[in-house]
Design a protein around this ligand. Sequence first.
Ligand code: HEC
Ligand code: CU
Length: 324
Amino acid sequence: MSETPWELLPTASNHAASLDGLYVFLTIVCGISFVLVIGAMLYFMVKYKKRSDNDRTSPLTHSGKLEFAWSAIPAVFLMLFFVWGELDFVKLSAPPADAIDIRVTGQKWYWTIEYPGRPVAATVAALDGEVAPLLVVPLNQPVRLLMTSKDVIHSFYIPAFRVKKDVVPGRYASVWFTAIEEGTFPVFCTEYCGDEHSSMLAIVKVVPADQYEEAVRAATTLEQGEGETVEQFGEKVYKSFACNSCHNTDSTAKVGPGFGGVFGKSESFTDGSSGVVDENYIRESIYSPNAKVVSGFTPQMPSFAGQINDDQMNALIAYIKSLK
Ligand code: HEC
Ligand SMILES: [Cu+2]
């Protein structure tokens, strides 16, 4: 991102230049109006200051021409703002017919990204030290995001593309864009959605069109890499499914219990029973989190049944075991 607060955002999508233009135009017109209005006010304050008790206001009349001018000129500018804004809005609302559809689902506190015809297995990427889900898009090709939420209202915002849209449970929202600059750009959730709202990030990666298929394949394949230990793979799975948005890897609690030293520990549950944290318990906690709810916590964990396969589960267990 920008090095200094004064640097403008990259204009990395087809929408960016026109929206920036409108913004700059608005700022300039408002700046000029401000100077004219406040300047006239200061000038008249001095010019017509009451200087003595004999200083009487002369009879007031009005100037039809002046009144017409100060109504008509701003009205023309208001129409310009409206027409420019409306044209951009219409463009933003109507995706081209050949746009690629990518599904985006928001949930506390991460984004799931699904590509057409690919199994869901979002992998993560790092940007400025932040690890987040990866949205791969091709350069110079229109993309439509079909978005929804599983729980509360989130808002999907790609500042570099100037697209932002609320994501509401129970219905679809969509935005479209054509990325015009290669690179990686951050995505934020801009609707306050709970404790970890500010860590609900994603990363957009724009790749040349001929590398797109390969990049999507890589982004949707979550397998143990060559030379990767099972614990390392487990950590990748852990981050890909954003377990870290609710769990710490030390023993401190977040939304859920911390995992440091949890393996082998005896845990008590809200129904009064207790049990030892072993492989079966971890597996059950991930596939049916509400079967046993740890005392002191609320049943907020979503089920990952159907999302995490056996290899990934084994790696997750190995990783949690390794946390001291
Ligand atoms: C939205 C928040 C949230 C997310 C995301 C989440 N969890 Fe949880 N998790 C919880 C809460 C809250 C509990 C405690 C209540 C319960 O047992 O259901 C919990 C409990 C657990 C437990 C039992 C811990 C113990 O000390 O007994 C395990 C194991 C676990 N989660 C694993 C995971 C894994 C692995 C992931 C990622 C695939 C994950 N969780 C994602 C909230 C979350
Ligand atoms: Cu959110």
